[in-house]
Design a binder for this molecule. Structure first.
Ligand code: BG6
Length: 285
C-alpha cells in the first residue's frame, strides 16, 4: 500500500501476488493544483461542485501531515498510518471553519484496506459547520464492459448526466456500456464490484456513509481530461462510500467518523450461482 501526504491519498494497494488493485492514471499529476488521478481521493468538505469550495473539496489537493497524536486504532492491525489535515489561512477565506480531519489507513492481516476518517469541529466562535464527504475510490478492473456492481438494485440515484434528476435503479446490477456518473442514495452497508475477466471481487463495507458514488467517464470524457489516458476508462471504475444527500452538521467540539473497508475476494462471485468454496470464503469475509 502506498499513501501520499499530498491529498492524504492511497495511490497503490497490491494483493499477495503483487497485483495492483487500485487504478492510477499514467498521466496523473502529483502536485497542486490537480488532485492525484486515481487511488482513493478524500473528498471534503464537499463532493461535486455544489458548494462554496472547489469541485470535490480541497482536502484532496492539500499537503497533509503525519498525525503525531492519533486516536487509538479501531482495527486489530499493526499496519497502519495516521494522517491529519487542518485548516489553512487560505482555505479559511472560502470555508471559514476550524477543523481537524484525521485519516487512518490500515491493512488487515489478510490484506483488506480500511480507511477511517474523523472530522472534528474546532471552531472557537461557537458556530457549527456542515459538510459532505466521499472516499472517491478508483478500482483497477480488467475490462469495464465485463464488470458489474451489485447491492444497488432498486435504489434511487441522482444522475449527474441528467442534471442530477432522481431515478430508480431498474437492473439487478449496474453494468457499463457508456458513461456513468451517479450517486446512489441510502445504499446497504455492503456493495460488491465483480470483475469477471480477472475473477476478482471487491467487497466494500461502509459505516456512516450511506451513499455510493459510481463513475466511469467513458471515451469522450476520458479524451477531454488532461490527466487521464484516452483508453484508461476501460480499466478503471470509481465506486466509493459517501455522505452526500444528508450533509453532516457538527457543533463545536463534536466529531464525526466514517469508514470504508475493501476486501478483495480472489474469484468470481455473483448473486446467482456460487460454488461452495466461494460461499465459505465470502462467509469468512
Ligand atoms: C465524479 C463526478 O464523482 O468525479 C464526475 O460525479 C466527475 O462528474 C468525476 O467528472 C471526476 O471529477 P474530477 O474533479 O476528479 O475530475
Amino acid at each position: 500500500c502506498m499513501v501520499y501526504l499530498y491529498g492524504g491519498q492511497v495511490t497503490s494497494w497490491k494483493n499477495n501476488s503483487g497485483e495492483q488493485q487500485l487504478f492510477l492514471s499514467k498521466k496523473a499529476s502529483f502536485k497542486p493544483p490537480k488532485a492525484i488521478r486515481g487511488g482513493i481521493q478524500i473528498c471534503f468538505p464537499q463532493l461535486g461542485n455544489h458548494g462554496v469550495v472547489e469541485q470535490h473539496g480541497f482536502a484532496r489537493n492539500r499537503l497533509w501531515s503525519v498525525d503525531e497524536s492519533p486516536p487509538l486504532p479501531d482495527t486489530t492491525s499493526d499496519c497502519h498510518i495516521d494522517l491529519i489535515l487542518k485548516q489553512s489561512e487560505e482555505d479559511m477565506k472560502t470555508w471559514p471553519h476550524s477543523y481537524e480531519l484525521r485519516l487512518q489507513v490500515a491493512l488487515s492481516p489478510r490484506g483488506d484496506l480500511i480507511l477511517t476518517s474523523r472530522i472534528k469541529n474546532k471552531n472557537a466562535d461557537g458556530k457549527p459547520f456542515q459538510f459532505t464527504f466521499a472516499y472517491h475510490t478508483y478500482f483497477s478492473v480488467s475490462d469495464i464492459s465485463e464488470v458489474r456492481v451489485e447491492g444497488l438494485d432498486t435504489l434511487d440515484y441522482h444522475d449527474n448526466l441528467q442534471s442530477k434528476i432522481r431515478c430508480t435503479e431498474q437492473g439487478d446490477a449496474v453494468v457499463f456500456e457508456s458513461e456513468v456518473d451517479r450517486i446512489y442514495l441510502s445504499a446497504p452497508p455492503k456493495i460488491v464490484t465483480i470483475d469477471h475477466e480477472k475473477k476478482r471481487t471487491f467487497v466494500l463495507r461502509k459505516k456512516e456513509l450511506p451513499d455510493v458514488v459510481v463513475w466511469n467517464p467513458w471515451d469522450r470524457k476520458a479524451k477531454a481530461m488532461p490527466d487521464f489516458g484516452a483508453e484508461e476508462y476501460k480499466c478503471m471504475l470509481c465506486v466509493g462510500a459517501a455522505r452526500i444527500e444528508k450533509p453532516i452538521t457538527l457543533r463545536p467540539g463534536e466529531e464525526w467518523q466514517g469508514r470504508q473497508e475493501i476486501s478483495p475476494v480472489p474469484s468470481s462471485y455473483s448473486s446467482g450461482l456460487l460454488d461452495p468454496e466461494m460461499i465459505q470464503q465470502m462467509q469468512r469475509i
